[in-house]
Write a protein that binds this ligand. Structure first.
Ligand code: GLU
Length: 309
């Protein structure tokens, strides 16, 4: 059955198997699960294994076992980006055909040099459009970029409210494919969510800035726009950003065995919910059931915070 043919909510969790889950990813998993289930919907799992060079062997399996140990059971088959290359190729060819994609010969260094603020991080420098109307005669293709529009892209985030972004000022024409053939996350995520019929994207606030690019691609491709809810980020006790290695939660490493219920309760509290302490003595499935029955969207905190066990 085509999952897009009904109107049920389809939420998803899309971890990258580049390492074990950390507290922040557990928050995204629990938040997306509860929101989908509270709406009576499905919750699907996708492994974002697009970048093969960054993958850690065994991690996909570790992530799945960890989710299971928290009672976070996904619906249907697990999707993998690595198996969607043909679909990406198809969509990329359609965009190329439509004339919105162009080859670019600029290196990161050249882009950084052309930026007015030379010290901003590479990723944050909007591409100035040097190859928009053709590459320099002697340059080689390094990537393919999509032309972005002048007008603002706006959307309403369930937690953050109305968000507007002018892509020329934030990303500029962004990369859809590299010269080695690899497709960019922005393209892959849009195609994957569409293929799975995902209509509710709940994930960490660190991805809020990517959302207008994804919405722009959805519009170009004529895809429906999912609802978005960006959750607060987990920070360290001193308010600092958690590094990817902080608070790893791994089944394989045995870091959670026996502590799942306490951690799940802490995640619910982090999400502004008010579970009774006695739930700590119950299995995760009971805690999730409580979470689904008592989920209050309006209690989501407006700020980042710590997960305190
Ligand atoms: N795979 C991405 C990550 O682990 C998340 C992608 C998404 O939620 O859109 O950060």
């Amino acid at each position: 059955m085509d999952s897009r043919s009904d109107h049920h909510v389809v939420g998803r969790f899309a971890p990258s198997p580049t390492g074990a889950l950390h507290t922040g990813s557990l928050v995204a998993a629990v938040g997306s699960y509860l929101m989908a289930k509270q709406a009576g919907g499905r919750w699907v799992l996708r492994l974002d294994d697009l970048d093969t060079s960054r993958q850690v062997p065994g991690m996909a399996d570790d992530i799945m076992r960890t989710l299971e140990s928290f009672g976070l059971l996904w619906d249907g088959e697990v999707a993998c980006q690595s198996r969607h290359q043909e679909e990406y190729q198809h969509v990329f060819a359609a965009l190329l055909q439509a004339g919105v994609v162009y080859p670019c010969g600029c290196s990161r260094k050249e882009i950084a040099r052309s930026a007015s603020a030379p010290h901003v991080e590479d990723d944050c420098i909007p591409y100035p459009g040097s190859c928009r109307w053709g590459m320099k005669a002697d340059s080689v293709i390094r990537s393919w970029r999509v032309r972005v529009p002048e007008e603002e892209i706006c959307f309403s985030d369930i937690r953050k409210g109305r968000i507007c972004q002018r892509l020329p000022a934030t990303s500029g024409d962004f990369v859809l494919r590299r010269s080695d053939g690899a497709f960019a996350y922005q393209l892959a995520v849009v195609v994957d969510d569409y293929l799975a019929g995902v209509n509710q994207v709940v994930r960490g606030e660190d991805l809020l800035g990517s959302t207008p690019r994804q919405i722009y691609l959805q519009r170009l491709l004529g895809y429906p726009q999912p609802d978005y809810c960006h959750l607060p980020l987990v920070v360290g006790p001193d308010g600092s950003k958690l590094s990817k290695r902080d608070h790893l939660i791994s089944h394989q490493l045995g870091t959670v065995i026996g502590r799942e219920s306490a951690l799940l309760l802490a995640v619910l509290r982090f999400l502004g919910q008010d579970p009774p302490q006695k739930l700590a003595e119950y299995p995760c499935t009971a805690i999730l059931e409580w979470g689904v029955a008592h989920w209050h969207l309006l209690q989501l905190p407006s700020r980042c915070g710590v997960v305190a066990i």
